[in-house]
Ligand binder design. Structure first.
Ligand code: SF4
Length: 146
């Protein structure tokens, strides 16, 4: 529920340090395992991460869960395709490398028009929009061949 952006329309509570607990991570992994155990006909599994900002606690919450789910899908020969809906601000080389390694196939990162309009809607602080940073991230990490 937490996010590092402050879009004016956001309905998330922005509760500080709210993230998937170890217990919830365990429940998610258990759910996936049981589902794939019960339904061996499933050959493709899509996992969608959204928040708040799902990359905010990437190393502590998302990555360990993703690794465990990736291992289950490998074991069961199921094609995993994971996807993030993100504001894009925390994407870096490390996140991209780990995402590639554990079955992430895409990110949805929204822009609200051109710089001025976007920065009025989606800002880090009211005086600091996120347009330039998102564009920079895209230039650095977007649509690169493997
Ligand atoms: S990026 Fe999404 S979660 Fe974050 S403040 Fe904006 S609408 Fe809310």
């Amino acid at each position: 529920m937490n996010c590092n952006s402050k879009c004016w329309y956001c309905y998330e509570t922005h509760i500080k340090k709210s993230r998937l607990s170890a217990e919830t991570q365990g429940h998610i992994v258990k759910f996936v395992r049981e589902l794939l155990d019960k339904k061996p006909e499933i050959k493709d599994f899509q996992l969608n991460w959204f928040g708040g900002e799902p990359l905010l606690y990437f190393n502590h919450a998302v990555l360990p869960t993703m690794k465990r789910i990736y291992a289950i899908t490998r074991e069961k020969r199921v094609e995993l395709s994971a996807f993030f809906t993100s504001n894009g601000l925390l994407i870096d080389e490390n996140v991209i490398d780990l995402c590639k390694r554990y079955g992430v196939t895409g990110f949805q990162i929204t822009l609200y028009g051109r710089r001025e309009r976007h920065n009025r809607v989606r800002f880090i602080f009211q005086s600091r929009g996120s347009y330039d940073k998102i564009k920079r991230q895209h230039k650095t990490f977007g649509e690169k061949p493997d």
